[in-house]
Design a protein around this ligand. Sequence first.
Ligand SMILES: NC(=O)c1ccc[n+]([C@@H]2O[C@H](COP(=O)([O-])OP(=O)(O)OC[C@H]3O[C@@H](n4cnc5c(N)ncnc54)[C@H](OP(=O)(O)O)[C@@H]3O)[C@@H](O)[C@H]2O)c1
Length: 306
Amino acid sequence: MTNNKIVLLTGSSRGLGRATAKNIAAFNEPITLLATSRKAENLNLKGTHKDTIIEYPQLDILDKASIDSLYNDIVKKYGRVDVLINNAGSTFEESDNSTFGPEAVKKTFDLNYYAVVNTIEKFIPIIPAGGRVVNLSSQASHQADFPNADLKARIFDNKLTIPQLNALAKEYESASNNTDGSDGWLKDGFYPAYGTSKAFVNFLTACEARAHPEIKFNALCPGTCATELASGLPEALKTKTADEGTRLILRLGFGDIDNVNGKFWAGRSTADTGPGHVIENWSGGEITWDYKNNEVPTALFTSSAK
Ligand SMILES: NC(=O)c1ccc[n+]([C@@H]2O[C@H](COP(=O)([O-])OP(=O)(O)OC[C@H]3O[C@@H](n4cnc5c(N)ncnc54)[C@H](OP(=O)(O)O)[C@@H]3O)[C@@H](O)[C@H]2O)c1
């Protein structure tokens, strides 16, 4: 059995995942990095520490058979995962609400929420006490402030379980059949399905931390980074590089987190390249948007988007 820290990273092929893999490989400590991607892409990374091992297994988080197969291989070869980084994610709508609807919600939730639940639930049995799970969320989650009092009470219930959260996700899918927002679900503004899916990542992080307090689960916004996911956004919004965006990912996976568990972390603004902090009141917004050269894009935000 190796003494290396075993790190499982999803979505390593590009963007933040690729930059995270590169920066973990550069650690001067022995790591076994499983930099996964759908096409098992070889990133040709070289570990800085002489005992570091880097592998590129196949993992499509939408495919339960792919998750099972990787799990079985890891159990046989390493027996555990010390750090799981759920980075893979995407958006399936335009930045305004023009393409919002059941199809966008389903695709977005399948990848950004259910696939992350499935990955976490599969690997939890082999994450030892003291292990860490890092979930990529987003500043966009802050728009989901659930203004309907009944919904708010149900979704912010601090005894919420994963099955209850799954049922709430199904409720959002049904609610996306109409555009009437009086039910409290986010249906307009900036990437409404994406923002809601990332709010669910924050809730999921809190639920898992309550259920498994021996493991540290935390979620984060990396800031607005110039990656393929952000390619449709105005230049003024792409304030960070993918490398800069990995700072909080690395902190929550490997750095000092002061024993915090189940929280959402971010910088003070979407451009902040500092070490980040816990955002207690993420719903309704606490982080400010920053733009390159203060060029605020006028066409981007509609109706309730902040
Ligand atoms: N960029 C930002 O400003 C920003 C801000 C907030 C949050 N985030 C979050 O950060 C994470 C990474 O985003 P990014 O900006 O780096 O996006 P990106 O450049 O589009 O990369 C997304 C990654 O996810 C992978 N992926 C997609 N579907 C997958 C699947 N079914 N199974 C496994 N991997 C899959 C992609 O791999 P393939 O090559 O196989 O498609 C790719 O490696 C996402 O969760 C995103 O929501 C990004």
